[in-house]
Design a protein around this ligand. Sequence first.
Ligand SMILES: [Zn+2]
Length: 269
Amino acid sequence: MRVLIICDMEGISGITVWEQVTGGGALYEEGRRLYTADVNAVVRGCKRAGAEHITVIDWHGAGGCYSFKSLIPERLERGARYVLGATYMRYTEPLEQGCDAVLFVGFHSMAGTPDGILSHTVSAEQWVGALLNGQPAGEIALMAAFCGEWNAPVVFVSGDEAACREAKALLGEGLHTVAVKKGIGRFSAVHLPPDDAHALLEETACTALTSGVKVQPFRPSPVSLEVQFHTPDAVQAYVGKPGVELKDPRTVVAHGNTFWEMWDRFWKR
Ligand SMILES: [Zn+2]
């Protein structure tokens, strides 16, 4: 069994504020320890389930030289391979090689979710929000469609309760989820202690891989992605791109027959 673990930081147990997930922030080193420990627990669950080939991708944009490198190398669980520093939603090798199941660890809810801890979509500073084929979409939907392009089903999602709710609404009740915290607002939460969260993450990851996959790969087709930005200057990077239209001064819409065709036109390289 070949599995891929895609990691983000905002939905990790014990994480509540930007200062824990922003490179150089006052609480960033604490955030990195919490992040690495949650991910390690999921890796242990995959090993227990008998996965022979486990790849982990760090896709948290912590800013500057910290982006996609927040996992602490010397603390990583043995028995997996860790991808650090790969450009966001561009590294496809583990999917191309064939992937039986994908696990999302530490994910957060889409922009505008009131009880979503650190809720945002792709860029809290630049994006107001996104619609995928007319439906409100966050990073869970975008990343699931990215994996679906290579027929890989997402079988497990961890994050706060809002992220788990969003993931099940998209992928169905067959999805295994672990809510490690419940948002009171965007910057406050009721947390499980990390040790309890780790036990639950390990157990549920193992169950998700051994109980039979009940989730279909998410493969919308054709695909449109509408992104509204906070300010009109942000759309300038998309002007003149084939397959991408300007809907209004702050909104672009990208089209493709498949998610990857659309994403390839839309997303920076
Ligand atoms: Zn993130």
